[in-house]
Design a protein around this ligand. Structure first.
Ligand SMILES: NC(=O)c1ccc[n+]([C@@H]2O[C@H](COP(=O)([O-])OP(=O)(O)OC[C@H]3O[C@@H](n4cnc5c(N)ncnc54)[C@H](O)[C@@H]3O)[C@@H](O)[C@H]2O)c1
Ligand SMILES: [Zn+2]
Ligand SMILES: [Zn+2]
Length: 397
């Protein structure tokens, strides 16, 4: 038996003893988890915004660890017992139409419950660890051990000379921030505005700077999360306080007449809003289960983006939203780029950046807690208490 963080009901998670995972298929691996993180995406599940959880589901999709056991058909030229590996959150087959195009989060072969995605979205997405039955109902990585299907594709071998905190974010938020910026084709004179200074926003800010943006402006709530805005300034971004400043006017003042060229929503479906009638409307409608999202940041990103600019959406949305300014989107000729991150595609390049010292991803860690304290971790991460930006859980502590 092992410890794992399980979903019980909206706003209720606990650590419980559950059976150890076993090799089920011939290309599975069992990984002993050494570090595993709590993500803003987990909050959407715990807060009940994605309605496909069942009591007892193990959460977590940002793990790394040591391979303890392999099925008989794993390609051992790719991964072996004893290897140190990061496990990307989307589960890919490596061989379908989408995987061959490096669109791994769209993999067609790894979601055993595709009917849910077909019903919600028209087509199902890939399997994802610990991310509801919509993405296959796979057990997640906030546990002592994790079963990894198609291990020779989904276990990414890591070097021994970097520590867990430098590597574990290759499972999700570092590639997510990078893809959010990279897909905007940033030019040297571009101004990039980024909504949300959570962990994803932080990697987006650094990636936009790395990709040569002229100027990065980060937006969040200075009273609620001053440490996040400070971390953004430390990276070289200008900041706007969404609570006390008018974001559109301030962007205009800061950047001149026809920018920002690129607007990135790193907030997602649980955005907060102030002083807007649309946000009150969102709250009422989500409380009545008449819509699934509060898209306050996305609306602003679309409205603030310059004509013919790009709006990138790494923030997660799950269902239906209302009052999206389609007129602005269409008449300004905006390009929308979005998606669950194709993590596998980015791991080699971003690992190389860590090796070259271009970035040390451990900058974002504010807490390392024993896995047994994960429920407390969820509480402080949700409430943005105790200066919490990113929590890494330690199953062995
Ligand atoms: N696309 C992907 O593959 C992928 C991967 C990981 C995470 N995500 C998503 O990225 C989003 C951010 O994740 P995170 O871990 O950084 O979450 P987080 O909850 O820690 O951070 C969100 C931040 O947005 C701020 N915010 C709220 N409303 C705002 C608004 N109207 N304007 C500006 N800022 C606002 C909050 O104060 C907070 O600091 C989530 O939706 C998460 O699900 C997507
Ligand atoms: Zn995540
Ligand atoms: Zn595939």
């Amino acid at each position: 038996m092992m410890n794992a963080l399980i979903w019980c009901a909206p706003y209720k998670v606990k650590v419980e003893r559950v059976p150890d995972p076993k090799i089920i298929n011939r290309r599975d691996a069992i990984v002993r988890v050494t570090s595993t993180c709590i993500c803003g995406s987990d909050l959407h599940l715990v807060d009940g915004f994605i309605p496909f959880m069942k009591p007892g589901d193990i959460l977590g999709h940002e793990p790394m660890g040591i391979v303890e056991e392999l099925g008989p058909d794993v390609d051992t030229s790719k991964v072996n017992v004893g290897d140190r590996v990061v496990v990307p959150f989307p589960i890919a087959c490596g061989n379908c139409f989408f995987c061959k195009r490096e669109l791994y989060s769209c993999c067609d072969n790894t979601n055993p419950k595709p009917h849910l995605g077909e019903m919600m979205f028209g087509y199902s997405m890939a399997g994802v660890f610990g991310y509801s039955h919509l993405t296959g109902g796979y057990a997640g990585g906030q546990a002592e051990y994790l079963r990894v299907p198609l291990a020779d594709v989904n276990c990414q071998k890591m070097p021994e000379d970097l520590d867990d905190h430098q590597l574990v974010f290759l499972s999700d938020i570092y590639p997510t921030g990078y893809m959010a910026a990279e897909q905007c084709n940033i030019q040297p004179d571009d101004t990039v505005a980024i909504w949300g200074c959570g962990p994803v926003g932080q990697f987006t800010i650094r990636s936009a700077i790395l990709l040569g943006a002229h100027q990065v402006v980060a937006i969040d709530d200075e009273k609620k999360v001053p440490e996040r805005l400070q971390m953004a300034r430390d990276a070289g971004a200008l900041t706007i306080d969404m609570r006390t400043e008018d974001v559109y006017d301030r962007l205009f003042d800061l950047t001149g007449v026809i920018v920002p060229d690129v607007c990135i929503d790193a907030v997602g479906m649980e955005a907060h809003g102030y002083r807007t009638i649309e946000h009150i409307y969102d709250k009422v409608k989500t409380n009545l289960l008449m819509q699934t999202e509060r898209p306050a940041a996305l609306r602003q990103a679309i409205e603030c983006c310059r004509k013919a600019g790009t709006v990138s959406i790494p923030g997660v949305y799950g269902g239906l939203a209302d009052k999206i300014p389609l007129g602005a989107l269409m008449n300004k000729g905006l390009t929308i780029k979005t998606g669950q991150t194709h993590v596998h595609k980015y791991v080699p390049k971003l690992l190389d950046y860590v090796r070259q010292g271009k970035i040390d991803p451990s900058f974002v860690v504010t807490h390392r807690l024993p896995l047994t304290e994960a429920p407390h971790g969820y509480d402080i991460f949700r409430a943005k208490q105790d200066g919490c930006i990113k929590i890494v859980l330690d199953p062995a502590a």
